[in-house]
Design a protein around this ligand. Structure first.
Ligand code: NAD
Length: 264
């Protein structure tokens, strides 16, 4: 588990808002996924973390200061339909319901367009687009049974314009996530299920730090209307809001959170 600063909001949440809800967060071992795990668990949800290597659930609970029984951890490559299916089966067998899905898994290689191999092209789209498709397809039937559901997909500023540091495959993948989000919002709204996307700008996570060394990152954000890098918890608070009853009338939205870097 890679913990960065800024995972937890400085103010405490209503610890009962999501009580009884069961959530899955892909890419939940790091960065904004991990911050979303905290934001949901702090509001009372039980959260299953799906990530490549199953992080230690107790370690996550301790680091995030949430009760250990609220966190479950399963090793899942979201591009693998069989493993995704077994992971959702395990959550449903244990909890008998699924209410919230946050698709945060993603990779963003900075490869120049002419150097992108077919393998890398497919991998980037597989994690963001195919993985989101597989998880939504597994989650939606359970949400339909419950007559309530919240899906929050991770797109990016790259999904509305072009990526700051990722390659053309990343930009393409994040546009794809928005298309899937909009299609599912229309199809599942009548069943009490909302489907939205968040579009973060530059957020201080291991991904961003891997792409842009700190001095470059600091320089990049200096011209933003809010002249600083975003923090994982700031995005996680938006995710938790979209996952709550308070956001019941928001669906099919692609919500920007970028310090004003992109104003549209
Ligand atoms: P991060 O690298 O800190 O975390 C991403 C997590 O996804 C990691 O734990 C990784 O192991 C997991 N993951 C990768 N491939 C996976 C797979 N095949 N199956 C399961 N898990 C997998 O990144 P982050 O910055 O927190 O990014 C979270 C999401 O936000 C990503 O979708 C990313 O594209 C998007 N995003 C990030 C930024 C940013 O500035 N950091 C900006 C816009 C959008």
């Amino acid at each position: 588990m890679s913990v960065t600063a800024g995972l937890r909001a400085p103010t405490s949440a209503d610890s009962t808002e999501l009580a009884g809800r069961v959530a899955v967060v892909t890419g939940g071992a790091s960065g904004m996924g991990l911050a979303a795990v905290h934001a949901l668990a702090a509001r009372g949800a039980t959260v299953a973390v799906f990530d490549l290597a199953a992080p230690d659930a107790e370690e996550i609970a301790t680091a995030l200061v949430v009760p250990a029984e609220r966190i479950r951890s399963i090793a899942v490559d979201v591009t693998d339909g069989g493993r995704v299916g077994r992971a959702f089966d395990a959550v449903l067998a244990e909890r008998a319901r699924l209410d919230i899905l946050v698709n945060a898994a993603g990779i963003a290689p900075p490869t120049a367009f002419e150097d992108i191999t077919e393998t890398e092209w497919h991998r980037v789209l597989a994690v963001s687009v195919h993985g989101t498709f597989l998880c939504c397809q597994r989650a939606l039937p359970a949400m339909r049974v419950g007559g309530w559901g919240r899906i929050v997909n991770f797109s990016s500023t790259a999904g509305k314009t072009i990526s700051t540091a990722g390659g053309a495959h990343y930009t393409t993948a994040k546009h794809g996530v928005l298309g899937l989000t909009r299609h599912l919002a229309k199809a599942y709204g009548p069943g009490g299920i909302t489907v939205n996307a968040v579009c973060p700008g530059l957020i201080d996570t291991p991904m961003a730090r891997g792409l842009l060394p700190p001095p470059v990152l600091e320089e990049a954000v200096r011209s933003f209307p809010v002249p600083r890098v975003g923090l994982p918890w700031e995005v996680a608070e938006l995710v938790a809001f979209l996952a709550s009853d308070r956001a019941a009338y928001i669906t099919g939205a692609a919500v920007d959170i970028n310090g004003g870097d992109l104003i549209v």
